[in-house]
Design a protein around this ligand. Structure first.
Ligand SMILES: Nc1nc2c(c(=O)[nH]1)N[C@H]1C(S)=C(S)[C@@H](COP(=O)(O)OP(=O)(O)OC[C@H]3O[C@@H](n4cnc5c(=O)[nH]c(N)nc54)[C@H](O)[C@@H]3O)O[C@H]1N2
Ligand SMILES: Nc1nc2c(c(=O)[nH]1)N[C@H]1C(S)=C(S)[C@@H](COP(=O)(O)OP(=O)(O)OC[C@H]3O[C@@H](n4cnc5c(=O)[nH]c(N)nc54)[C@H](O)[C@@H]3O)O[C@H]1N2
Ligand code: SF4
Ligand SMILES: [Mo]
Length: 858
């Protein structure tokens, strides 16, 4: 089997992958991001490239059609809207998951040919605050860090970042560095204890949005104790005096941290020369996200902890090509190649290079405003590419309504049934990972190739080609006559060369003569170049700026809603949700709630909780845990209406944004919580994908088909009929057991002697060995035995999956721990858990230390 060198399509670590058409997936030992490692999502890539659920033909109003008809229609509708209402009446909403070539072409079409800047992307929800903070401090959007800095640092501060689950291979690199050099200190700043906290020497369980008070407190401490780098700041930094004065006004009490924690952290930072501060969504996704970023940058600038190995602020990007999107200028307030829309010289230079009829003159609508403009009827044609805004935007039900209100909506996706596709007029089938070619830039500015190793299925086409084909039909054929992604990359580099006289951080000259086919992972501007080593920044005077920031007025609602990610799911689950191994880790939409809050609400194990705001509500399984503080709820962002009818957490979140960056505050927001008084709870396992209409219904794939967790207020009159409806098996034979004393009913649906579905219902959350139930689906087990709902005596229930690679469950691990396996290595020896990708190691550790709480439904 020949293996193709490519790059993982998930997180911004950007791991190299060796992939084969037979499903082989291996970490690329030669890739400098991962040196052969992969996490659970990367390792399972082979399970998500099948054609199940794929969009394979263009569709117009629900009917398949050919490319020419679809493309003609899209071009005609966009052109007509522009002719009648002007260029600002159309919009693109793109994604950090597009390849650089796709992104470059989309941005060129909108800004240079349509002539508006209404192209924004899901990166607005992701790192817009970092972009804005970098620009304020450095005069440009530069991420100065490299992964090696993490290994060379003596102190790593992880702020609002669950690296163990979200950038697992970086986490593993840090864990390995700490093992070989135990003096390396790790501080984790997060209101919750997470899998990442296990690595930390100090966990600062900060009050939500207490970060500015924390870093202002640090800056004041550094100033008060003479720990600033006076010669560096005198030569290279402006704004120090007023920034320190503002910092001194911050109240340390706003951090919510005990004084001894603050003192320990401040002293650690002050006495450690090599400090890297890694930050992510706990910083960016806040109504004061940009100020948080600058509060962090201020501390690095004031102490000269920047521009040197093992030092510096490090905004780690989430999506595989968030960085590439920034480079090509894919946000509504950027031009291209790190040039500015507001700068007339930049505009003229880009227009000249593109030889374009027009060029946008002002920033376009940022994501939240863009969908508001859709709601207001100002957008007449919208094209959504490689993102699922009906799920991922705050106040997502309103966003879905807004999209539905746009007269003409096009989506490009690889999957047919998404919540956004459900409300679009035209669906364009995109080629997916493994089928297309291009480049991505990871968090450390390293550009790597994605290479095709699979045949493109059906009529799917790569995104760059779809966009170019529409551009040609809009009359711009000459400027979009690309034959391959290599052509586009060459043009992108040529634009950079043409603008080499314009001072910028972006410098692609290293790619000028690159052999695209053979290109190896390469960092811009030059491998091993260290940004800011010479103390030169990009403001006109060459200096950096410290920015005076003040801590916001913190409100204390009864319940604040924090949201984020699970280890084994990627965003709206369109790909990871196909893998039953990945789905086994956490199979339901849940809400973490503190035990004291659970008691106050009267919520016990397995209760469903209704989380609500004026925007909407969600029904989520209670996960009672003291990971987070009292008064804070945490829910994952992953569940869509396709997978859990009322499990989409963004139905509840609000569209509050950071005033500087426009990034939504997705980590806090007042909500109410109450117990959902279900009359019954159920568990259904079945062979074919069900479409339950029950209020609480969480669908997930299993080894033998599908499972659904159920709950509702109204008890059906006839359980037999209900079982048939739920499983979509109207004519199945049934075997029913009813236990009047406990109020439970168990139903087997059988066809041709084969167990097609099993439904278990009870007035309380169903406690059963789910693995045992799932294992008899599709077998000829006698109904009575199947309905027993337990494993055979010699096969204990493994419990909820912890290790996705070897499918090792919690019960198996607890048994091994009880038998004396008291280290991660010993558990690995006893059960294999953690010995492949290692993503579950932090959870293994917390099982050993007893820090872990079982899932409520177990
Ligand atoms: N498994 C997995 N990995 C992913 C993704 C995925 O979907 N699944 N998505 C990728 C993408 S696009 C992104 S952007 C990254 C995101 O990566 P992360 O930012 O690491 O992930 P999140 O879980 O969104 O949030 C991180 C943490 O911020 C904390 N937090 C909340 N409020 C505050 C606060 O006020 N202050 C501080 N200091 N912390 C706070 C939360 O408790 C949470 O633990 O992950 C990437 N990697
Ligand atoms: N509450 C809450 N909401 C959040 C967040 C949070 O922390 N909390 N995080 C936010 C962040 S940081 C992010 S990045 C967003 C992510 O949110 P989205 O971008 O909406 O989520 P994805 O599921 O990654 O959507 C990608 C879509 O592109 C499709 N796709 C995959 N490959 C291709 C391809 O090659 N071409 C095309 N055309 N389509 C493809 C997928 O099937 C999928 O439908 O969510 C944001 N929303
Ligand atoms: S850490 Fe995991 S998800 Fe991220 S790039 Fe590497 S293998 Fe992919
Ligand atoms: Mo993101």
């Amino acid at each position: 089997m020949t293996l193709t060198r490519t790059t993982c399509p998930y997180c911004g670590v950007g791991c190299g992958v060796l992939a084969g058409a037979d499903g082989t997936i291996k970490g690329d030992p030669a890739h400098p991001a991962n040196f052969g490692r992969l996490c659970s999502k990367g390792a399972a890539l082979g399970e998500t490239t099948d054609l199940d659920g794929r969009l394979l033909r263009p569709m117009v109003n629900g009917k398949t059609t050919d490319w020419d008809s679809a493309l003609d229609l899209v071009a005609a509708k966009f052109s007509a809207a522009i002719a009648e209402y002007g260029p600002e009446s159309v919009a693109f909403y793109a994604s950090g998951q597009l390849l650089t070539e796709d992104y470059y072409v989309a941005n060129k079409l909108m800004k240079g040919f349509i002539g508006a800047a209404n192209i924004d992307t899901n990166s607005r929800l992701c790192m817009a605050s970092s972009v804005a903070g970098h620009k304020r401090a450095f005069g440009t959007d530069t991420v100065p860090g490299t992964y090696e800095d993490l290994e060379q640092a003596d102190l790593i501060v992880l702020v609002g970042s669950n690296l163990a689950w979200c950038h697992p291979v970086l986490y593993q690199r840090i864990a390995a560095a700490k093992e070989s050099r135990p003096d390396l200190q790790v501080v984790n700043v997060d209101p919750r204890r997470t899998a990442t906290t296990d690595l930390a020497d100090l966990h600062l369980q900060i009050a939500p949005d207490g970060d500015i008070a924390l870093f202002n407190g640090l800056l004041a401490h550094l100033a008060n104790t003479g720990a600033l780098d006076a010669s560096f700041t005198a030569a290279h930094v402006n704004g120090m005096a007023e920034t320190i004065a503002a910092a001194r006004l911050s109240d340390p009490a706003d951090t919510g941290l005990p004084q001894e924690d603050l003192t320990r952290f401040f002293d650690l930072f002050a006495r450690t020369d090599k400090v890297v501060t890694v930050y992510s969504q706990g910083v960016n996704q806040s109504s004061c996200g940009t100020d948080k970023v600058n509060a962090i940058l201020n501390c690095h600038l004031a102490t000269g902890r920047i521009g040197r190995a093992g030092c510096g602020p490090f905004s780690v990007t989430g999506q595989p090509n968030a960085m590439g999107g920034r480079e090509v200028g894919g946000l509504a307030n950027m031009l291209a190649n790190h040039l500015e829309i507001e700068n007339a010289d930049h505009r003229a230079a880009v227009q000249d290079f593109w030889d374009s009829p027009t060029i946008c003159t002002k920033s376009g609508l940022k994501a939240v405003d863009l969908f508001q403009a859709c709601a207001d009827g100002k957008i007449k044609a919208l094209w959504v590419m490689s993102t699922n805004p009906a799920v991922s935007l705050p106040d997502a039900d309103s966003v879905a309504e807004a999209i539905a209100r746009v007269p003409f909506v096009v989506t490009s996706d690889i999957i047919e049934k998404t919540d956004t596709n459900a409300i679009a007029d035209v669906l364009l089938p995109a080629a997916g990972w493994g089928e297309k070619d291009g480049t991505v830039t990871n968090s450390e500015r390293r550009i790597s190739r994605q290479r095709a190793f699979l045949k493109t299925p059906g009529d799917a086409r790569p995104d760059w080609r779809i966009i170019s084909d529409v551009a040609a039909r809009m009359g711009f054929g000459n400027a979009f006559a690309y034959q391959s992604p290599a052509d586009i990359f060459a043009e992108y580099v040529a634009l950079d060369t043409a603008l080499s006289a314009t001072p910028r951080d972006l410098d692609l000259s290293i790619f000028a003569d690159v052999d695209y086919a053979e290109m190896i992972p390469t960092q811009w501007p030059r491998n091993a170049h260290r940004f800011f080593a010479d103390g030169q920044f990009y403001h006109p005077d060459g200096k950096a700026r410290m920015i005076a920031v003040t801590s916001p007025q913190l409100s204390k609602p009864r319940f604040a809603l924090n949201t984020g990610r699970n280890r084994d799911q990627w965003h709206t689950m369109t790909r990871t949700g196909k893998s039953q191994r990945l789905s086994a880790h956490l199979a339901e939409p849940y809400v973490e709630i503190h035990p004291a809050d659970a008691i106050a609400l009267g919520a016990g194990a397995g209760t469903i909780i209704r989380v609500e705001s004026p925007n909407g509500s969600a029904l989520l399984r209670a996960f009672i845990t003291d990971r987070g503080p009292r008064g804070q709820l945490f829910a994952p962002m992953h569940w869509t209406r396709q997978r859990a009818k009322r499990g989409t957490i963004n139905s509840v979140t609000s569209a509050v944004v950071d005033p500087v960056s426009g990034q939504p505050a997705l980590k806090s927001g007042a909500v109410t919580a109450q117990v959902y008084r279900a009359a019954w709870y159920g568990f259904l396992a079945c062979r074919h994908q069900p479409l339950p209409q029950t209020p609480y219904a969480a669908v997930a794939p299993t080894a033998t088909g599908w499972q659904v967790e159920l709950a509702a207020r109204k008890t059906p009159a006839d359980w037999e009929a209900e079982a048939k409806t739920l499983a979509g098996l109207p004519s199945a034979e049934t075997s029913i057991q009813t236990d009047l004393a406990s109020g439970t009913t168990r139903i087997a649906l059988i066809q041709g002697g084969v167990i097609e579905a099993l439904l278990f219902v009870a007035p309380r959350p169903v406690v059963l060995a789910r693995n045992a139930i799932i294992s008899v689906i599709g077998t000829q087990t006698p109904p009575l035995a199947a309905l027993a709902g337990r494993n055979a005596a010699n096969r204990p229930d493994p419990g909820a999956t912890v290790c996705a690679c070897f499918n090792v469950g919690r019960n198996t691990l607890m048994t091994a721990i009880a038998a004396g396996a008291n280290s991660v290595a010993a558990l690995g020896g006893a059960t294999c858990a953690g010995t492949n990708c290692g993503s579950c190691k932090p959870e293994l550790k917390s099982l050993i230390t007893g820090a872990s709480m079982p899932m409520a439904a177990e």
